[in-house]
Design a protein around this ligand. Structure first.
Ligand SMILES: C[S@@+](CC[C@H](N)C(=O)[O-])C[C@H]1O[C@@H](n2cnc3c(N)ncnc32)[C@H](O)[C@@H]1O
Length: 279
């Protein structure tokens, strides 16, 4: 069932208040002309929570302690989980061919932690694991891979490890054959690879939630800042910067940039890919 903004009274005031609150808590930014999109995505939540207007929903979110349990549902409602295997692989190649050998040079034995920070349904950390496995690294050196997203539904799908055709648009056929088996509902990722990823629900705007992961020397945070305001992007990138060791490597998508923001990172080219480096 679809609910319309007018029925719930999406006045400019309510919209602005709700937008500001969502922006503060999630980083997601809706321009004034995107009012209807936000209304469409949230109206079912408003009704399910038993409210008759967006304004009442806003007051609930803002002042009621019980709203803590509602924020993950909001993330599910607003999350755009567009992702696929083998996306923007030049950056993964740089990790596999340059950063991993560099890290383990001179016999270093402490694990390399790699965090895919807004991994949606898991294709990104699984592509990283596949590429590392192909190059023989996973069997040779200690590597920990974390995959997280603010949407619990996305992480549940990642944990399930079953993928539809859309996820395979860029994956070479021989890799699909090697790492997936066909089932009635889709393609199942090989358990030996799937079990290499530790999954978590993490909101990038919640400093206490990112703290256990952001000390990783390699962070992939791709195709999420495009939905954030520059302020929210800067806040998250700075929080990474403060916690990452040096050298630390932050990969964001080709369509994104930190260049106009004062984050501390320096843009460098590593093995043919661009990466933001904490020196
Ligand atoms: C387009 S997907 C990107 C997936 C993958 N990184 C890629 O590049 O293919 C964007 C993801 O960002 C997540 N996201 C949005 N806001 C977030 C936040 N504040 N914290 C963590 N994840 C967030 C969404 O739930 C969505 O799954």
């Amino acid at each position: 069932m679809k609910f319309h903004a007018e029925t719930l009274g999406l006045s400019d005031t309510a919209f602005n208040l709700l937008c500001d609150l969502i922006h503060q808590r999630t980083g997601l930014f809706y321009e004034n002309n995107k009012q209807e999109i936000l209304a469409d995505k949230l109206s079912a939540r408003v009704v399910e929570c038993g409210f008759h207007s967006f304004l009442d929903y806003y007051y609930f979110l803002k002042y009621d302690p019980a709203a803590a349990a509602e924020w993950p549902r909001i993330m599910d409602a607003l999350s755009v989980q567009e992702t696929y295997f083998w996306r923007e692989m030049d950056q993964v190649r740089a990790l596999v061919d340059v950063l991993v050998p560099q890290y383990f040079a001179a016999g270093r034995r402490d694990p390399l932690r790699i965090w895919s920070a807004a991994c949606a349904t898991g294709e990104e950390p699984l592509s990283i694991a596949m590429a590392l496995h192909e190059a023989g690294w996973l069997a040779r050196v200690p590597i920990e891979i974390y995959g997280s997203d603010a949407s619990p539904v996305a992480i549940q799908k990642a944990q399930r490890g079953l993928y539809r055709e859309r996820s395979f648009r860029a994956l070479p056929a021989e890799l699909r054959a090697r790492y997936f088996t066909a089932e009635e509902e889709g393609w199942r990722i090989a358990p030996h690879l799937h079990s290499r990823i530790r999954w978590a629900v993490v909101n990038l705007l919640a400093e206490d939630e990112i703290a256990p992961f952001a000390s990783s020397p390699v962070i992939f945070c791709r195709n999420v800042f495009i939905y954030f305001s520059p302020e929210a992007t800067c806040r998250v990138a700075r929080a990474f910067y403060e916690r990452m060791p040096s050298p630390g490597y932050l990969f964001i998508a080709a369509a994104e940039s930190l260049l106009r923001l004062n984050t501390g990172f320096e843009l460098q080219q590593v093995g043919g890919a661009f990466v933001y480096v904490k020196q």
